[in-house]
Design a protein around this ligand. Structure first.
Ligand code: HEC
Length: 171
């Protein structure tokens, strides 16, 4: 390996760097950089949102309208009303996946030790599939925190068979 050989190696290395830089510069001037500076769409909020501030001025009538329009497609609202989903009568304060005779998904049964309090209901209703991945409740969720609070305040009124403990946001 003599000095001239090393020289040639060095020169060819230098030339390829120069050629690459040239190609890069040309490519950049030919193909404009169109990457947006701001995200094109926002991913849905994945953080739990405290329900209490919204519950304090919840509109129960509006909640009832939402429940009848959306939830009642799958859920019975009075005890004994069998539907695709578990009856919502007495749901506030009862443990998740605890209705005898209803075939809950394994995903929801993982939460069986937890009672449905206001905050858990809010987290669940925000995005059921995120709260219990694999749940059979095929409902995207209520994105508006006030809608969730309105629905929950209405759910408090559904207790023909069980007393409804008010569990607040306690966890
Ligand atoms: C497309 C049908 C469908 C819609 C719409 C729907 N649900 Fe459900 N829901 C289900 C099913 C099915 C389950 C059982 C899920 C499982 O076992 O994973 C369920 C479970 C639940 C549970 C848990 C009950 C328990 O006993 O643990 C609650 C609470 C609930 N839904 C509330 C609601 C509310 C409130 C709405 C309206 C905002 C709603 N759901 C809309 C089908 C639905």
């Amino acid at each position: 390996m003599d000095g001239r050989f090393l020289n040639r190696v060095a020169v060819s290395a230098l030339l390829s760097v120069v050629a690459m830089a040239g190609a890069f510069a040309t490519a950049q001037s030919v193909v404009p950089d169109t990457a947006p500076t701001a995200p094109v769409f926002q991913l849905p909020n994945t953080q739990s949102v405290a329900v209490l501030p919204f519950l304090s001025h919840a509109d129960q009538v509006h909640g009832g309208q939402l429940v009848r329009r959306i939830c009642a497609q799958c859920h019975g609202l009075v005890a004994g009303d069998e539907s695709a989903g578990p009856v919502l009568d007495g749901v506030v304060g009862r443990n998740a996946a605890s209705l005898p005779g209803y075939a809950y998904s394994a995903a929801l049964r993982q939460h069986a030790s937890q009672a449905w309090d206001d905050q858990r209901l809010a987290d669940w209703l925000m995005a059921p599939a995120r709260y219990a991945p694999g749940t059979r409740m095929s409902f995207a969720g209520l994105s508006d925190p006030q809608d969730r609070a309105d629905v929950i305040s209405f759910l408090h009124t559904l207790h023909t068979s069980l007393p409804t403990p008010t569990t607040g946001a306690a966890r």
